[in-house]
Design a protein around this ligand. Structure first.
Ligand code: COA
Length: 176
């Protein structure tokens, strides 16, 4: 893989006049990620993790907080509140198996901040980062009933295919 290319933070406007920042996850984001999870409804947790989950496992948190930012990346969307505290309202992540150039993504946006384009911007920035770092394909497994997510990735140019052995999921993939 070529020399790693770092991510330049980006600021986006919200319709209410506010804005949010998209930046790479940092090792000290642990509590903010737990807060984001706590703001996901049971339905959203199910759509993201494909099973009922009431608490983020510690090893999952360890994994997403410690990345090489090249073959593994997590971008967070951050809103700064009036007391200057940061709230993470969305996260997009990819991981790449060793010696491969196909990465697998996941995406979550806080229920209170959906339908403002945050998920789309997180994915666009994640795709650009994967591409700049030499990855060749991004794929994901999306529950067939998750029409919102299927619509979102279809708008981004992902190809959607049925899984022969599991009608509950679809594979979505994008050549980078
Ligand atoms: C699916 C999910 C990631 C979407 O995130 P999001 O931030 O709402 O996504 P976006 O806002 O970019 O797009 C969603 C809709 O909002 C619309 N939208 C985008 N910008 C908008 C704006 N500024 N104002 C109003 N609506 C807007 C989009 O057109 C889209 O509508 P459409 O589906 O009718 O085309 C989020 O609902 C989620 O986290 N769900 C639970 C977890 C999950 O399903 N994860 C995916 C598993 S991999």
């Amino acid at each position: 893989m070529k020399k790693p290319i770092s991510f330049s933070n980006k600021t986006y406007a919200l319709d209410d006049g506010g804005h949010y920042l998209i930046r790479p996850i940092q090792a000290d984001d642990r509590d903010r990620i737990v807060e984001l999870f706590n703001h996901l409804s049971p339905e959203s947790r199910y759509l993201r993790f494909a099973h009922a989950i009431s608490k983020l496992p510690d090893d999952f948190l360890d994994d997403i907080l410690h990345l090489d930012y090249t073959t593994e990346m997590a971008l967070v969307a951050v809103i700064q509140s009036q007391n200057a505290a940061e709230e993470i309202v969305g996260i997009a992540r990819y991981v790449t198996p060793p010696n491969q150039s196909i990465c697998e993504f996941s995406l979550s946006v806080s229920d209170s901040h959906t339908a403002h384009g945050i998920g789309t911007h997180l994915m666009l920035d994640l795709i650009a980062h994967a591409k700049e770092n030499g990855l060749q394909e991004m794929l994901g497994y999306v529950l067939s009933k998750n029409l919102k997510m299927l619509h979102l990735v279809s708008d981004l140019g992902f190809e959607i295919t049925n899984l022969n052995d599991d009608p509950d999921f679809k594979t979505v993939s994008l050549l980078l």
